[in-house]
Design a binder for this molecule. Structure first.
Ligand code: PEP
Ligand code: MG
Length: 579
């Protein structure tokens, strides 16, 4: 038995056999063909292109239907390369002039492209080599007929183990019987992480060498909540996790009944439970889980169409789609939180040495006003469709907030000049994600309509622990006394100032912190839709007085370990099924 620790990117526990994704090396049967076979090879090539284009079309349609157009657009590059004719002609010439077999010519031409992409200065273009490799594999599969990486024919639900996944492979998971994903590469915000989380598939990434140490057919336990993969578990471990799997299934079917019940404490205090979403299509799940609205709509995902900035219409279409499905419930649209690990860094010609402390988020927007205003105009236009609110991320001082509001004012003027309607009184809020904002919260509260605490970043900046680095993962914890005190102070000040305050980091969806957060006065939580039932269960099982007592005690400890043990015990006592 071997236990591997990685980054927990999508929660849940699954036990199944592994299917290890071949790194995709096709054995090319022969290099040259006799002259009289050249025509037959050209015909094979034509057919392989035709089949690949048909496949891509249906993959793109199925992906658009299930995950939305933004994700489906990752196939645009593949489609463009295959339909444009240039590549095909180049391969055909290799067959005609060198008597290469079609398969060998495909490999030669595409490996040439991959080498050229790998040498590029621009990191975004360099990353394109993976797409070229994907195109090569698709063509070779259609030529040679090996199907060793076709996941759609798996005989039983399996856990996928891979080094990394290409865009097509991750989008293909939708159709395959994949119930868990373990990867050498990847982190919280990698493309695959985004897709698996939105599909609700438990996943652990950043495992470094899992694909080399596992064979197809090996039994694996994947714990996407703790970020563990157990290869070849002993009977004891297997029994323990099987019990855990059954418990979780029973708990989730029990909890789903809570959907239509209010999130209210035993002593009648109403709590607001909101959802975090990344894609418009997620609205459906949020409603099914009983969310009262969207507390955090992360909009960076419009940048999945990586090479070009989304247009105002693309922003607007995404936002109106959300509004159409959410009805009159509130939707907090967070402005672009690009930079650090999200998109722009990989596009940068000159990557930053310390991107989490660099040109990210609101700072990036204030230095790139043009795309920022495009987004602001789109949000303002959407504001007449329902209860839209706007939120600026990573505000670390008053000047930043004022500058962001000034950009919003400019966007309003643009729309006024064009006679386009919008709500001038749309609420404007900020995320509290830096110690600076937490310490200067009083002043910030005077100039903002609401706040939302982004603990994912607040914890990393308070503890100086990179939230995506598996080497320091054990140090990253919301239980640190410094974090708890900071949260208490922020919430106390917001409540005193009568400014609505929510918390939208992952902590809001972690059952062990619910009592503490209620106890320090939090009345609005925003989380991944799947977490809502557990949190509602805890809220309905306590009084505020009890939560206050628990919070006071938690704040009296000196170490995070004491805090975690205590909060876990207290939660287990009132709602064991939620932990
Ligand atoms: C946070 O930092 O807590 C947050 C919600 O934002 P993100 O995870 O997108 O950085
Ligand atoms: Mg953040």
């Amino acid at each position: 038995m071997e236990i591997k620790k990685g980054i927990a990117v999508s929660p849940g526990v699954v036990i199944a056999n592994a299917v290890v994704l071949d790194s995709g090396e096709y054995r090319i049967p022969y290099r040259n063909v006799p002259a009289e076979q050249v025509e037959a090879e050209l015909e094979k090539l034509r057919k392989a292109f035709e089949d690949s284009i048909t496949e891509l079309n249906s993959l793109r349609d199925a992906t658009a239907e299930q995950l939305g157009r933004d994700i489906a657009s990752i196939f645009d590059f593949h489609y463009g390369v295959l339909t444009q004719g240039r590549l095909r002609e180049q391969i055909a010439q290799l067959i005609r002039n060198q008597n290469y077999s079609a398969a060998f010519a495909v490999r030669e031409a595409l490996r040439g492209y991959q080498r050229r992409f790998l040498k590029m200065q621009d990191q975004l273009l360099r990353e394109r080599y993976k797409d070229v490799r994907d195109i090569e594999r698709r063509l070779l599969r259609n030529l040679i007929g090996q199907e060793h990486e076709d996941l759609s024919n798996l005989p039983e639900p399996s856990i996928l183990v891979a080094h990394d996944l290409t865009p097509s492979q991750s989008a293909n998971l939708v159709k395959a019987k994949i119930i868990g994903v373990a990867m050498d590469a990847g982190g919280l915000t990698s493309h695959t992480a985004i897709v698996v989380r939105s599909m609700g598939i438990p996943a652990v990434m950043g495992l470094q060498n899992i694909s080399a140490g596992v064979s197809t057919g090996d039994t694996i336990i994947l714990d996407g909540t703790k970020g563990l993969v157990i290869v070849g578990p002993d009977p004891e471990m297997l029994a323990e996790y099987r019990a855990e799997e059954r418990r979780l299934a029973a708990v989730s079917s029990g909890l789903i009944e809570l959907r239509d019940k209010p999130a209210v404490t035993e002593d009648g205090v109403q709590i607001s439970l909101l959802a975090n979403i990344e894609f418009p299509y997620e609205v459906q799940t949020t409603l099914e889980k009983g969310a009262e609205g969207i507390g955090l709509y992360r909009t960076e995902f419009l940048y999945l169409r990586s090479e070009k900035e989304p247009t105002e219409e693309e922003h607007y279409d995404a936002y109106t789609l959300v509004m159409r499905n959410i009805g009159q419930r509130p939707v907090i649209i967070r402005t672009l939180d690009l930079g650090a690990d999200k998109y722009t860094q990989s596009q940068a010609r000159d990557p930053e040495r310390n991107p989490f402390l660099g040109l990210r988020s609101i700072r990036y927007c204030l230095q790139n006003l043009q795309p920022f205003k495009v987004q602001l105009r789109a949000i303002l236009r959407t504001s007449v469709e329902g209860d839209v609110r706007i939120m600026f991320p990573l505000i670390s001082g008053l000047m930043e907030l004022r500058q962001a509001k000034m950009a919003l004012g400019d966007a309003m003027e643009d729309l006024e000049e064009l006679g386009i309607p919008f709500r001038r009184d749309m609420p404007v809020g900020i995320m509290v994600e830096t110690p600076a904002a937490a310490i200067q919260i009083r002043e910030l509260l005077r100039e903002t309509d609401f706040i939302s605490i982004g603990t994912n970043d607040l914890i990393q900046y308070t503890l100086a622990v990179d939230r995506g680095n598996e080497r320091v993962a054990p140090l990253y914890t919301a239980s640190h006394p410094a974090v708890l005190r900071m949260l208490r102070d922020i919430i106390r000040e917001a409540n005193r100032a009568n400014v609505p305050c929510s918390l939208c980091g992952e902590m809001a969806g972690e059952p062990m912190y619910t009592l503490f957060l209620l106890g320090i006065g939090l009345r609005s939580f925003s989380m991944a839709p799947n977490d809502i039932p557990e949190i509602k269960k805890i809220i309905r099982s306590t009084t505020i007085a009890r939560a206050v007592r628990i919070a006071r005690r938690a704040l009296s400890f000196d170490t995070d370990r004491q805090v975690s043990n205590y909060l876990r015990d207290e939660t287990r006592r009132i709602a064991p099924e939620a932990l």
